[in-house]
Write a protein that binds this ligand. Structure first.
Ligand code: PGA
Length: 240
């Protein structure tokens, strides 16, 4: 695991964007694993800036997102698909047919997503945020790790954290479909970004804690190419 601390949240997130951009320059048909949430926004801004300068081209890029709410249509502005359209897809030349987000709420839908990732040759670089409870891609704390794409019931903690995007916590969907730890671990490289004081415990437990499904991100200790980028606040418990 590589761990880098930046002075500001923006610098940490932009560094993640640069790692994705570098991957695109190395391999024009890269398969990117993408994430939603507040943290990746500056990473996507960096990619859009490089695209506008002609540094990177998305024409042959394939993307797979980590997760999507269940029961929300992709045209709904609160869907993760709409988020991706707003922050990245509408601003670069990625082909709509190369863009994938999980959908549905059945085991078959999950298996189809796993198969699509495999058919694309696997994910070259996976961008991740982290929840305050250590979740990655809505893989919530549990008694065991869940490997394939699956439907998850969101924890109260996550519903409250995501309520800021909705009019009230009651409107936050209770379920999501998430890529699963196995797909994340199978990515060739993983870049996790965490910023702000409220992520400090999750960062500490991910890097220094025991590997446990109670802190889903802790399994990244076993990933052969995992980079964790944080600001000083999210690294504040890592001092010794
Ligand atoms: P955030 O979400 O970037 O909005 O904090 C991260 C996550 O919950 O994975």
């Amino acid at each position: 695991m590589e761990f880098h601390v930046y002075e500001t949240a923006k610098a940490a997130c932009e560094a993640a964007g640069m790692l994705l951009g570098a991957q695109i320059t190395r391999k024009g048909d890269s398969v990117l694993g993408l994430a939603t949430g507040s943290t990746p926004i500056p990473a996507y801004e960096t990619l859009v800036k490089w695209y506008n300068r002609g540094v990177i081209d998305f024409d042959r890029i394939v993307t797979f997102n980590l997760d999507e709410y269940v029961g929300i249509d992709h045209k709904n502005p609160l869907s993760y698909h709409a988020f991706m359209d707003e922050h990245l897809f509408s601003k670069v030349n990625v082909r709509p047919e190369n863009v994938h987000l999980p959908s549905g709420h059945s085991a078959a839908a999950g298996a189809a997503y796993d198969a699509a990732i495999r058919a694309a040759g696997g994910i070259d670089i996976q961008l991740l945020g982290i929840g305050r409870n250590g979740h990655i891609g809505f893989n919530e704390p549990d008694d065991k790790f869940t490997y394939g794409t699956h439907v998850v019931t969101l924890t109260e903690n996550t519903i409250q954290a995501n309520a800021r995007f909705f009019r009230s916590p009651d409107e936050v969907p209770r379920q999501a479909i998430s890529m699963g730890i196995g797909n994340i671990m199978a990515a060739k490289c993983v870049v996790l970004v965490a910023t702000g004081r409220d992520k400090a415990e999750a960062v500490y437990n991910t890097i220094r804690g025991p590997i446990t499904p109670r802190v889903p991100a802790s399994i990244l200790q076993l990933h052969p190419c995992c980079v964790i980028l944080t600001d000083t606040e999210a690294a504040s418990l890592m001092k010794d």
